[in-house]
Design a protein around this ligand. Structure first.
Ligand code: ZN
Length: 244
């Protein structure tokens, strides 16, 4: 499903448009002209549905990178299978890279999430090689586009957002900030309200057009308006509303 001239949605679960497995986050395909990249990889169940959607865009031949926002299962569980199927590099936040390589279910709070009923008991996280680790200020080139790396912990550790300034400003925000300024704060060990507030604050004045977040509604024009709602809530010492 094409969202903008440069962005396609190729995976999306029950907290979205139901294009692929129920547990998938939004999986985006970014077309940078001579090269394309995926942003996030879904949960790793029925990954062939994501592959079918990628092939339907006609862009699979130039897909060289799989860029992960964080190591939660719904975002990275499909990375290993997609890496093999597409012969692409996996790029991930440095702090999360070893959890992804080891499929560390404890470090990524999957044990807790299963106990809370968010994933089936028999679900097993698949790890993936990580070819490139990124940190604050790094730039990822996707053809003619540049993605700036912004470290945005709070939802969890090892969370990055990626900003592209092309014909419109795109923010691939993972689970940082959503439609109407919602957030996902969870009772897991590496979630931090203070880090969350500081991360959202970094996005002030970015003039984001498309807020390409990990779940639910995707504002394509006035993304900054939604980000600013979260900034204002945190500055008022409040917690923005939770998405879930
Ligand atoms: Zn998450």
């Amino acid at each position: 499903m094409q969202l903008t001239r440069q962005v396609h949605l190729v995976g999306s679960g029950r907290l979205g448009l139901e294009l692929s497995n129920d547990f998938d986050c939004h999986v985006f395909l970014l077309d940078g002209g001579s090269e394309a990249a995926l942003i996030d990889a879904g949960v790793g169940l029925e990954t062939e549905k994501i592959l079918e959607n990628i092939r339907a865009t006609g862009l699979a031949h130039k897909l060289t990178k799989i860029i992960l926002t964080h190591a939660h299962s719904d975002h990275m569980g499909g990375a290993g299978e997609l890496r093999a199927a597409l012969d692409a590099q996996v790029i991930a936040p440095a702090e999360a890279a070893d959890w992804i390589r080891a499929a560390d279910e404890k470090a990524v709070s999957l044990e807790l999430a299963k106990r809370a009923g968010y994933y089936p008991e028999d679900y097993r996280l698949q790890g993936s090689a990580v070819d490139v680790e990124v940190r604050e200020g790094d730039v990822i080139r996707v053809g003619e586009l540049e993605l700036g790396v912004i470290e945005t912990p709070g939802h969890c550790r090892g969370h990055c957002s990626y900003l592209a300034r092309g014909e419109r400003t795109l923010l691939f925000g993972g689970d940082l900030v959503f439609f109407n300024g919602a957030v996902i704060l969870q009772n897991i060990p590496d979630c931090s309200i203070q880090d969350y507030a500081a991360s959202v604050d970094k996005l002030e004045g970015m003039d984001v057009n498309a807020l390409l977040c990990g779940h639910m509604t995707l504002p394509l024009r006035n993304g900054q308006r939604h980000i600013d709602l979260a900034i204002q809530a945190f500055r008022g010492l409040m917690v923005p509303k939770n998405l879930l």
